[in-house]
Design a protein around this ligand. Structure first.
Ligand code: AMP
Length: 184
């Protein structure tokens, strides 16, 4: 099953993706985590994207799409994947459909976590992960980019009838319970 976990920064995508991974044994693919690891290890990819992540901007579509296409060759994704932080633009979504189609696959579910903006800022500032893009100024940049470039991705999948909108407020377990109902 290929599931896209969608939502603004701070919506809880990473936390919920890990829970889905553990409960349903579906691997979790976070493009943000891949970029942060590459930066930490100073790989060519890391060197290329560091300033972009630090600024809270988006990595170019072709870089992200190539990365995901390469990663999906790993046989651990044979039976599906939870995508967290990808696709983030309509161009990425279109390219992604092409990548999956080549493997005879498609997106099976699109789960959108809905959280009000004031709550997102509060959560990110208090999560204390030490991310260079978790300052108030960078969060505002990331939210603006989300509204302008990423939110349209939801309409793209709405046209395919795949979108489930989930209330992203409440405890981690409550939100996970709501997500599980969309899979049954
Ligand atoms: P995240 O961990 O999903 O919040 O991603 C952290 C940062 O990685 C983002 O602010 C972007 O700079 C970059 N990034 C992650 N995924 C993507 C993507 N699909 N497209 C473009 N940039 C991305």
């Amino acid at each position: 099953m290929n599931i896209i976990l969608f939502g603004p920064p701070g919506a809880g995508k990473g936390t919920q993706a890990n829970l889905i991974q553990d409960k349903f044994s579906i691997p979790h693919l976070s493009t943000g985590n891949i970029f942060r690891t590459a930066i930490k290890n100073q790989t060519p990819l890391g060197v290329k994207v560091k300033a972009i992540l630090d600024a809270g901007k988006l990595v170019p579509d072709n870089t992200v799409v190539d990365l995901v296409a390469e990663e999906l060759k790993d046989e651990k994704y044979m039976n599906g994947c939870i995508f967290d932080g990808f696709p983030r633009t309509v161009a990425q979504a279109e390219a992604f459909d092409g990548i999956l189609a080549e493997q005879g696959k498609s997106v099976d579910a699109f789960v959108s976590l809905v959280v009000p903006e004031e709550e997102l800022i509060k959560r990110i500032l208090s999560r204390g992960e030490g991310r260079s893009d978790d300052t108030e100024e960078k969060i505002k940049t990331r939210l603006a980019i989300y509204r302008n470039e990423t939110e349209p991705v939801m309409n793209y999948y709405k046209e395919q009838g795949l979108v489930s909108e989930i209330d992203g407020l409440g405890s981690i377990e409550e939100i996970f319970d709501r997500i599980k109902t969309t899979f049954s």
